[in-house]
Design a protein around this ligand. Structure first.
Ligand SMILES: NC(=O)c1ccc[n+]([C@@H]2O[C@H](COP(=O)([O-])OP(=O)(O)OC[C@H]3O[C@@H](n4cnc5c(N)ncnc54)[C@H](O)[C@@H]3O)[C@@H](O)[C@H]2O)c1
Length: 253
């Protein structure tokens, strides 16, 4: 690629929350961005925000756990924007429950979106990265990877993302591709809002209670995570690979 050519970034689960903030941030850094979510129409706000700021973006409807949809989405992105050489595997869902009450379908859903989704998206994009001799993959883990009551499925998936990341780093490094993982703590999004509802707390009270347990005494914002992702996707981060960065307002025990 010439130095004037725009790099193409793909962000999954980018209709809202951390994914949307990341798409906006990467566009502000000059990337053309493919905004992926389950429903193409749901991506339009993120795309509009990017284009209003003078950036370039397209909305792509795709279930990242569906092999055919992923292959079609990446083919379309390559045709419409160019070879995707930056990939942020952010799409995620919760199906929280204590082990004895968790259904096999809640286990499978979480594994499929996080792990199968990241696998399918990475496999589809890596060919473009290898051809370009450049790639940046960032996988969203979580502080829950260290273990969290009521999240045996999610904790396993998010710990799995870390092993997945380190293996990608080892396999793909020789092609100029790095893989890193960002593990957020508590971030105020629809995901944590839904958790507050599930435990019967107002979202404000839920955030205030969480903040007391965080060294910087506040919960995180989607932009806090987008900042860390932007670092890993930058041209200058080519010697940083296979790392897990906890972005949680303090260390985790
Ligand atoms: N919010 C937090 O506190 C927190 C903490 C740690 C990790 N994370 C992780 O960060 C990522 C983003 O979280 P968020 O809080 O912004 O969540 P969110 O629920 O606000 O957004 C997730 C997005 O992913 C999309 N999505 C779900 N399944 C999909 C699929 N199969 N294919 C395509 N898109 C799909 C949803 O439609 C939604 O737009 C997730 O991987 C989550 O596990 C979040």
């Amino acid at each position: 690629m010439s130095t004037t050519e725009q790099r193409v970034a793909v962000v999954t689960g980018a209709a809202r929350g951390i994914g949307a903030a990341t798409a906006v941030r990467l566009a502000a850094e000059g990337r053309a961005v493919a905004v992926i979510d389950l429903d193409e129409a749901a991506c339009k706000d993120t795309v509009a925000q990017i284009t209003a700021a003078g950036g370039k973006a397209i909305a792509v409807g795709c279930d990242v756990a569906d092999e055919a949809q992923v292959e079609a989405a990446v083919t379309r992105i390559a045709a419409e924007l160019g070879a995707p050489t930056i990939l942020v595997n952010n799409a995620g869902v919760l199906r929280d429950n204590l082990l004895f009450k968790m259904s096999a379908s809640d286990w499978d859903t979480v594994m499929n979106v996080h792990l199968r989704g990241a696998f399918l998206m990475s496999r589809a994009c890596q060919a473009h990265m290898v051809d370009a001799g450049f790639g940046r993959i960032v996988n969203l883990s979580s502080s829950s990877a260290l273990g969290n009551r009521g999240q045996v499925n999610y904790a396993a998936a998010k710990a799995g993302m870390q092993g997945f990341t380190k293996t990608l780093a080892k396999e793909l490094g020789k092609f100029g591709i790095t893989a890193n993982s960002v593990a957020p703590g508590f971030i105020a999004t629809e995901m944590t809002k839904a958790t507050a509802e599930r435990v019967g707390m107002g979202f404000e009270d839920f955030q205030a209670a969480a903040a007391t347990q965080i060294p910087v005494q506040r919960v995180g914002t989607p932009e806090d995570i987008a900042n860390a992702i932007a670092f890993f996707t930058g041209d200058a981060a080519g010697f940083v690979s296979g790392q897990v960065m906890y972005v949680a307002g303090g260390p985790l025990n």
